[in-house]
Design a protein around this ligand. Structure first.
Ligand SMILES: O=C(O)[C@@H](O)[C@@H](O)[C@H](O)[C@H](O)CO
Length: 357
């Protein structure tokens, strides 16, 4: 089991890498999508506020992540003595028609294959993805942690604005697009068919490239959001996803926070089940209180999840992957994000060390 750290695109620099290393991380998970370019303000959590309640603009549809760009990221990470473990999330600009079953679907799936092959060449072990139409939408921000620490949550259902045309995965890929929103108002079965196409095409390529595709569950885990279906909003639904193309190249981006927010199931049983199958890619090791539609992100040691019990289950199944805090409540000081993340990392590092005793 290894301790890792996730960095958003605007944090990909020496200072943040050193901070991660100082916190004890050995592995880095990188977000290459810039969620923050419109709604953002240099913040440390993508929250809505941009066009259509979204995060920002997707990247350049004609420019896939290039070898040079990826090599530069690899050099930066390795230059600090760290391992580039995973990329979290495809850019909606590169796969909107795979999600929407649109006219560019085949062209875009080829692009995704190219990306997987390149990541394989770079030695990146995992490509995390979130097969979602509405994406991460409807979060609130509040002082949910002890001592009024600020974090993300959900305070009942919000007034859901239907997604505008040209938007998917909570980002705008084309402001001038027309008619695309219709492609999001589909049945759950149709969305599973789209996922099946994606996995049938990509898993063999990932196998060959030595990369594991790892699925994030729906965040927030509700059956429909903005009049779009969702896929994995109860722990058992992960099994359906895994059974589509059984392969070591198809696994899970196992988000404890999101799993705990689900209305059914038991987080310890789910962890047993997926760890026993060796299907857990990397883990978002964070804690929450409550379930949808009413949950709050809190400090790692004050939520509903017994984090040490999760570690024990992982150890029992010889989990060899990486744990990252993903995000954490900010702390009252001039560097709330740094303090909050360092707190989580310290907790994780000592809990992992105690487990090894
Ligand atoms: O909070 C979570 O669990 C995730 O939904 C996010 O970490 C998500 O992967 C990123 O915010 C980007 O999508």
């Amino acid at each position: 089991m290894h301790l890792g750290f996730g960095l958003y695109r605007h944090m990909l620099d020496q200072e943040h890498l050193r901070f991660a290393k100082q916190c004890g991380a050995t592995h880095i998970v990188v977000h290459l999508v810039d969620y923050f370019n419109q709604a953002g303000d240099g913040s440390d959590q993508p929250t809505s506020g941009g066009r259509g309640g979204g995060w920002g603009h997707a990247g350049d549809p004609d420019k896939l992540w290039s070898r040079e760009e990826l090599q530069a990221v690899k050099d930066l990470i390795e230059g600090e003595g760290l391992i580039w473990h995973a990329v979290e999330n495809f850019d909606p600009a590169h796969w909107h028609d795979v999600l929407l079953d649109g006219p560019k679907k085949e062209q875009q799936i080829e692009g995704l294959k190219q990306t997987i092959r390149l990541l394989g060449e770079m030695g990146v072990a995992i490509m995390g993805y979130n097969f979602s139409l509405a994406g991460v939408y409807g979060r609130t921000i509040g002082t949910y942690g002890r001592g009024e620490a600020g974090g993300v949550g959900m305070e009942g259902f919000v007034d859901e604005e239907p997604m505008p045309d040209g938007m998917v995965w909570n980002m705008t890929f084309d402001e001038n697009a027309t008619g695309t929103a219709q492609r999001t108002r589909i049945s759950s079965d149709e969305l599973w068919e789209r996922l099946t196409y994606f996995l049938n095409e990509l898993v063999p390529v990932a196998e060959e490239a030595g990369v594991q595709l790892a699925a994030h569950p729906d965040d927030p885990p509700v059956p429909r959001l903005r009049d779009t279906p969702r896929l994995v909003y109860q722990p058992d639904m992960y099994q359906r996803l895994l059974d589509i193309v059984p392969s070591k190249a198809s696994g899970l981006e196992y988000c404890l926070g999101t799993l705990a927010e689900m209305t059914e199931g038991d987080i310890y049983e789910a962890t047993e089940k997926y760890a026993a199958q060796q299907k857990i890619g990397y883990i978002h090791f964070r804690n929450v209180r409550g379930k949808v539609p009413d949950y709050r992100e809190v400090f790692i040691d004050e939520g509903d999840i017994d984090m040490v019990r999760i570690l024990e289950i992982l150890k029992k199944h010889d989990f060899q992957g990486v744990l990252i805090p993903d995000h954490a409540p900010g702390m009252a000081c001039s560097a709330p994000w740094y303090a909050g993340m360092a707190y989580s990392m310290g907790y994780m590092k000592s809990a992992m060390a105690a487990l090894e005793k």
